[in-house]
Ligand binder design. Structure first.
Ligand code: CIZ
Length: 556
């Protein structure tokens, strides 16, 4: 499993930004009969095989007949059956340190130094020369700490983690500063390596090997420069290239902040930046307009700008393109998809329509252009009730893809809807017990949740609103405290617009990993290179536009 990411490739004097493939990495939880046994970081494929192999290797299952069922969904594999109790697990020298960090714990690393590509290559060649254990045995990993043009310490170990822990421990014991150092490693850069650097505040990791997508995304957020494939005359800079000062780039002035450079480029290229309410705070702050997908698409339609950089997820940028096909619509990270939108495909919807040939199809905007083309009416979380209420009472209605939004609308409108079994994994992290605990801790707070939450969460809320509705409600409310049950990115905007009010997330875990793929550096690169362009089949766009325009007619 691979992801395509944009990086800076340096070969000798030449620098090029291009898309390249990196390995995928994801946290996977293995459960036995519903009980968590372990969380691993793994390539997210063959999860049933991974879980069975993991249990069998530990001696917790022996035969196929020990297993009654395997359920693999959204990064969790639950194996049910006759599974023995495990003893305390021993950390291996390999990948399995079971260290998983949630993005809400990401600390920003502030290392204010820069280094030239030629110095990186000099350090890495010295690193290799001094890794004598590897040369002698062929089975040791090495890690080093560098400062400026010197390698300060180098350690070898059978495990790449252990080698890194040893050099970090060395700095620690010597009470040395971390923020002006770099880690060099012989192993690949996975998320745990980035987490180690982040936890101690080391702003640069240099490897002879490559990096995974999760490590890149974590490093991006933590402000860490990741350099991979550093060998010979070449290297790939995956994140925070501002610390790599080549001759070419140091001639250009790099003193301006990323935000300043983005704003300047917008002016020069007649571009605007649209940001969804769930985007990281610094992206929201650099945007021309903030809103939900519908607000933003309206902005995209109305603007006289020629280029629109859409900071959100894929289906949102598609809506902007569908409504403004003549404009260039760019996404800073093309990997920012929507798992809910991916839960239904064109064939599945066509089959459902064949089973209910007279039904009207209403789809939430969180769908691909292809689904919208097969849909009669779109709706958003803000206008779902109005759309359904406007439809003839004697007609069957198919509602896709979000079953919880559908359930809410069905109860509110007293209409029976044929629901698709889709859901937003981020909103399902908000659970009833968590909301009740938050209410107990903050009894005066108003509880506002998104209709993508489960029914038992929606039923205990004071208000059930989409993000646009939440922004409005908080502004109008006399209340001072709010429990917010949606993706926590919205709290940045709520705080900024209501500095006298206090906000509590219903859970810190409600973070959409796709929304958080956008960074300021990617926004800048997107504007500079005019990538990634949203391109859609004109016929699909025409049909999809109809379902969006029908919604707009009802709600205008
Ligand atoms: O429509 C949107 O933008 C989504 C997905 C959520 C919301 O409520 O804003």
């Amino acid at each position: 499993m691979k992801s395509r990411i944009r990086l800076l490739k340096i070969r000798g004097e030449e620098e090029k930004r291009l898309d390249d493939l990196v390995a995928s990495e994801a946290p996977i939880t293995i459960k036995a009969n519903g009980q968590r046994i372990a969380s691993l970081l793994a390539t997210p494929s063959y999860l049933s095989e991974l879980a069975c192999g993991f249990l069998a290797s530990l001696g917790l299952i022996e035969n196929f007949s020990d297993i009654s069922s395997i359920n693999a969904l959204d990064g969790e594999v639950d194996v049910k059956g006759d599974i023995r109790e495990g003893k305390e697990l021993l950390l291996t020298s390999g990948c399995g340190k079971g260290l998983i960090s949630h993005p809400e714990r990401i600390n920003r690393v502030n290392g204010n130094f820069s280094i030239s590509p030629s110095l990186i290559l000099k350090l890495i060649s010295e690193f290799q020369l001094r890794s004598s254990g590897f040369k002698e045995t062929g089975c040791l990993h090495s890690a080093a700490i560098s400062f400026s043009d010197k390698i300060l310490d180098l350690k070898e170990d059978i495990g790449r983690h252990n080698a890194i822990d040893k050099v970090i421990g060395g700095l620690f014991l010597k009470k040395e500063e971390f923020s002006d150092k770099a880690i060099l490693t012989s192993g690949r850069i996975t998320s745990e390596i980035v987490i180690k650097a982040m936890n101690v505040g080391i702003p640069m990791i240099i490897s002879r090997s490559s990096s995974t997508d999760l490590a890149i995304s974590l490093a991006d957020k933590a402000g860490i420069t990741l350099v991979g494939f550093a060998r010979g005359k070449r290297m790939n800079v995956y994140t925070h290239s501002e610390r790599i000062k080549s001759e070419v780039r140091s001639q250009k002035s790099e003193v301006r902040s990323l935000a300043e450079r983005i704003r300047e480029l917008c002016k020069k290229k007649n571009a605007i930046i649209l940001s969804h309410n769930y985007q990281p705070g610094e992206v929201q702050d650099v945007a021309d307009f903030l809103g939900d997908s519908l607000d933003l698409s309206r902005r995209a339609k109305e603007t006289s700008a020629e280029i629109i950089v859409f900071c959100g997820v894929h289906f949102m940028a598609e809506i902007a393109k569908i409504l403004s096909p003549e404009k260039t619509v760019l996404m800073p990270d093309i990997n920012a998809g929507c798992p809910l939108a991916d839960m239904i495909n064109g064939e599945e919807l066509k089959r459902l329509k064949e089973e209910h040939p007279d039904a009207i199809v209403v789809s939430y905007v969180n769908t691909s252009a292809l689904i919208k083309a097969e849909t009669d009416y779109c709706c958003t979380s803000a206008n779902g009730l109005s759309v359904i209420n406007s439809l003839p009472k004697d007609k069957e209605i198919i509602f896709t893809p979000d079953k919880w939004l559908g359930d809410y609308i069905a109860r509110k409108t007293k209409r029976e809807l044929i629901l698709w079994n889709g859901f937003c994994p981020t909103h399902l992290k908000i659970i009833k017990d968590g909301v009740l605990k938050a209410k107990e801790a903050h009894p005066n707070a108003e509880v506002i949740v998104h209709p993508e939450c489960r029914r038992n969460v929606v039923l205990i809320a004071d208000f059930v609103l989409g993000t646009g509705g939440m922004i409005k409600r908080v502004k109008e409310s006399k209340n001072k405290e709010f429990i917010i049950g949606t993706e926590i990115g919205i709290i940045h905007r709520l705080k900024k617009e209501n500095p006298d009010k206090i906000f509590y997330p219903a859970t810190e875990l409600a973070i959409c990993p796709n929304m958080k793929l956008t960074t300021l550096e990617k926004v800048l690169w997107s504007l500079e290179d005019e990538v990634y362009k949203i391109e859609l089949d004109p016929e699909i766009m025409k049909r999809a536009r109809k379902s969006i325009e029908r919604m707009l007619e009802i709600t205008s």
